[in-house]
Write a protein that binds this ligand. Structure first.
Ligand code: GDP
Ligand code: IMO
Ligand code: MG
Length: 435
């Protein structure tokens, strides 16, 4: 049996939530390892839509362990709200355990304020962040001034850390950003109340995960964001503040890299991006509007319209390389139905050379790259009801075959609609170890 990591191959919103929910049925443990509530993972079960930001997308299944790992930046108010919503909708299964690493860093109110104040600066370069405080929380973690979930249970230490941080952050907010300073006592009271409410979930999750793995249990690592939002490998600085690649599933959960045996890349049948940054295959025409409208491409976290464009296989190949992706799940193929002609970007013409397997490190060069396209005939038949490859129109199969060749990774799932059933399963990722 394999442990599986699910990774976005593009700029996020590839449909990871749907695939993690599907695979969670076969897993014992589902673990997030990075990011925070900047993520918006959509699950459609029995016609009901659930959007999860922080809680792992395995939560709708009974008898699982869902872990928020040490690599996640954790906003307790969002967590409690999410739990509340699930409880109110009767969606929390009785035997599923939800755990939060005591080592996860907390997102504090000043992180949100700084994130938003920075983005609001007219002279600054906007990243188009989700405004959830993700970047500033990771900054403090690396600066060694962050406050961790476990610190909430050492009240004196927590208050001391809060005071130390707030002195600096309030100076910045007041004098640099012209913003409202925050009150120490209010934050302390609020967070110490959260502490009691989340206490039963807090644990040494690395130890628990290790025990499960030793017992041969199946673990599903749930990536957030996408490969090209990775802080090292993405379109820096238009990225998020964590490593989104598969290797971080190990670091962000406190288990060895050899425990991840299979990496499934989630690839939308076209490309989208939210926020700023270069996007070589972006379409600002009727076809882009078709993808946006039919694919309902609105951010699950911020509601912003997602930018849309042709499938860019340079991005996907780059993602395959940096995460060791050895299987692909293709999503939203149905959104391309009805388009007369389809294009796949197979390379870039960049200054005086061609790039096919890697995006340039310089965003200036990337912004100037000209996509090299191959053109395909589209299909008109509704594919929402396809459950086998041979039920897909010939042209859809040709499109997928070329995608698979270019990616040099096997397609093991094709999603043709947002609900669980609207899926073509080709191979069970837990059954083979390919790394
Ligand atoms: P994630 O962040 O990668 O989990 O993706 P999001 O949930 O932000 O965005 C994906 C959107 O596409 C959601 O609204 C899903 O319900 C929807 N979706 C997922 N797979 C499919 C599919 O195959 N077809 C269609 N039409 N929608 C899909
Ligand atoms: P899921 O998990 C798409 C983008 C933001 C912005 C940049 C930095 O749903 O795929 P941040 O708030 O992280 O500092 O913002 O990253 N971004 C996402 N885009 N899907 C996501 O998550 C994203 N999480 C962050 O739009 O461009
Ligand atoms: Mg999303």
């Amino acid at each position: 049996m394999a442990n599986v990591a699910v990774i976005g191959t593009q700029w996020g919103d590839e449909g990871k939530g749907k695939i993690v929910d599907l695979y969670a049925g076969k897993a014992d443990v589902i673990a997030r390892f990075h990011g925070g509530n900047n993520a918006g993972h959509t699950l459609v079960v029995k016609g009901r839509k659930t959007i999860l930001h922080l809680i792992p997308s395995g939560i709708l299944h009974d008898d699982k362990i869902c872990i928020i790992g040490n690599g996640v930046v954790f906003d307790p108010s969002v967590f409690l709200q999410e739990i509340n919503e699930l409880q109110e909708s009767n969606l929390l299964p009785p035997n599923t355990r939800l755990l939060i690493s005591e080592r996860a860093h907390l997102i504090m109110p000043y992180h949100r304020s700084i994130d938003q104040a920075r983005e609001a600066r007219t002279s600054g370069k906007k990243i188009g962040t989700t405004g959830r405080g993700i970047g500033p929380a990771y900054e403090d973690k690396v600066a060694r001034t962050g406050i961790r979930v476990g610190d909430l249970y050492e009240e004196n230490l927590f208050r001391e850390k809060l005071r130390y941080n707030l002195e600096e952050k309030n100076f910045l907010l007041k004098n640099f950003y012209n913003d409202t300073p925050l009150h120490e006592d209010e934050i302390a009271t609020q967070y110490l109340t959260f502490a009691q409410k989340i206490k039963s979930y807090v644990a040494d999750t690395s130890l628990i995960l290790d025990k499960e793995i030793r017992q041969g249990k199946k673990v599903l690592f749930e990536g957030a964001q996408g490969s090209h939002l990775d802080v090292d490998h993405g379109t820096y600085p238009y990225v998020t503040s964590s490593n989104t690649v598969s290797a971080n599933a190990s670091c962000g959960n406190g288990i060895g890299p050899n425990t991840i045996n299979k990496v499934v890349g989630i690839c939308k049948a076209y490309t989208t991006r939210v926020g700023e940054g270069p996007f070589p295959t972006e379409l600002k025409d009727e076809i882009g509007n078709h993808m946006q409208r039919i694919g309902q491409e609105f951010g699950a976290t911020t509601g912003r319209k997602r930018r849309c464009g042709w499938l860019d296989m340079v991005l996907v190949r780059h993602a395959v390389r940096i995460s060791g992706i050895n299987a692909l799940a293709i999503t939203k193929l149905d959104v391309l139905t009805g388009l007369e002609k389809l294009k796949i970007c197979v390379g870039y013409n960049c200054s005086d050379n061609q790039m096919t397997h890697s995006t340039p490190a310089s965003i200036k060069v990337l912004a100037e790259c000209q996509p090299i396209y191959e053109e395909f005939d589209g299909w008109k038949e509704d594919i929402l009801y396809a459950r086998e490859m041979n039920e897909l129109p010939t042209n859809a199969k040709k499109y997928l075959k070329r995608l698979e060749e270019l990616a040099e990774a096997k397609i093991i799932l094709v999603s043709v609609g947002s609900s669980r059933e609207e899926t073509i399963f080709l191979e069970d990722p837990f059954l083979s170890r390919t790394l």
